[in-house]
Design a protein around this ligand. Structure first.
Ligand SMILES: [Zn+2]
Length: 337
């Protein structure tokens, strides 16, 4: 975990936003908002060399005159779009279905990032791969959306004690992301403050409703059967919120080699707790977990979405549907249906 990403932890201002970068970003955005593609006099004077980024030079940020905000993965893009509405263009650096922990940025990713006015990242050590972006784009601010959240530590192996990055899987904590997004977008586009405020309020209310819905659904599983056995240890926050026991084959996907010890440990737990079904996630191979199922007598219960949304016509086109899909899949598996 790079130290510079944690030093603002718990700061009352929310996401750390370097002032110098904020000023550069503001200089970029002002002409866009004030007069479409016509560069304002301030931009020409104050931000030499950055006018091309915001102007009509063919960069990604100039496609429709709106500022471009990149997120490091698709779930953050969904959350940012909920808050941004139509005012800001939001795109994910990683594609649908990509493995996001050990991602290798491509040259086209870097090119696209050069047209962005801001990058929204998860933090908690998830985007080690994004350091290349930040090193190459010192003028583009990056905002950490887990700012203000107390992380749960990862238990086990090389990641022992490091923060578990999957905080978006708690609807309650997802509201902290929403507030951090709202603040970041407001600094980027002050004229949109009221829109972002309204959108964030609506989306937070939807997350509250989702929290109640998941709590009610999961309470129907008999307490002794509330075991969520899957490939990655990505459900720690969700398990804590709703009183589930989490079991997994590996702590995080970047360290996803299956060892005989890990398999044996999970098989033993599945047998001991008589867990009827085990699961895996959409961004990794389910084969090892199917082996666990075979050797433990459990069924393979299906695929969760955690690190990526599905295609728009799939089961997890946004974070709310992703959560519903996962809980329904878990319930169906544990009920033996
Ligand atoms: Zn993950």
């Amino acid at each position: 975990m790079p130290q510079h990403r944690r030093d603002g932890q718990g700061h009352p201002e929310g996401p750390r936003f370097r002032l110098k970068q904020a000023l550069v970003a503001a200089a970029l955005v002002v002409p866009l908002l004030a007069g479409g593609c016509a560069p304002g006099p301030e931009a020409g004077g104050k931000a030499p060399g950055t006018g091309d980024t915001a102007g009509a030079s063919g960069s990604a940020g100039a496609k429709d005159g709106r500022p471009l905000v990149l997120t490091t993965f698709t779930i953050l893009a969904d959350m940012a779009r909920q808050v941004a509405g139509e005012r800001v263009r939001v795109e994910s650096i990683t594609r649908l279905g990509a493995e996001i922990h050990g991602y290798e940025p491509t040259p086209s990713d870097l090119k696209r990032a050069s047209g962005a006015q801001m990058v929204l990242e998860n933090g908690f050590g998830l985007e080690r791969w994004a350091q290349r972006f930040y090193a190459g784009l010192p003028e583009v601010p990056h905002v950490t959306l887990t700012e203000g959240i107390t992380p749960l530590p990862i238990a086990g192996d090389a990641y022992q004690g490091k923060p578990n990055p999957h905080a978006w899987m708690s609807p309650r904590l997802a509201k902290v992301y929403v507030e951090n997004i709202r603040r970041a977008l407001t600094r980027l586009d002050p004229a949109g403050a009221a829109t972002f405020q309204r959108n964030a309020k609506r989306y937070s209310a939807e997350l509250d409703a989702l929290d109640r819905e998941l709590r009610t659904s999961l309470a129907r599983i008999p307490p002794g059967q509330r075991v969520l056995a899957t490939c990655e240890g990505a459900f720690s926050y969700l398990a804590r919120d709703y009183g589930l026991t989490e079991a997994y084959l590996w702590p995080v996907n970047a360290e996803s080699q299956v060892t005989p010890q890990r398999m044996a440990r999970l098989i033993a737990l599945v047998k001991e707790r008589r867990v009827p079904a085990v699961f895996c996630e959409s961004t990794v191979s389910a084969e090892p977990q199917k082996q666990v199922a075979k050797q433990s007598g459990a069924r393979f219960g299906g695929v969760f979405h955690v690190d990526s949304l599905s295609l728009p016509d799939g089961p997890a086109p946004n974070l709310l549907e992703l959560q519903r899909h996962n809980v329904e899949t878990l319930q169906a598996g544990l009920a033996g249906s």
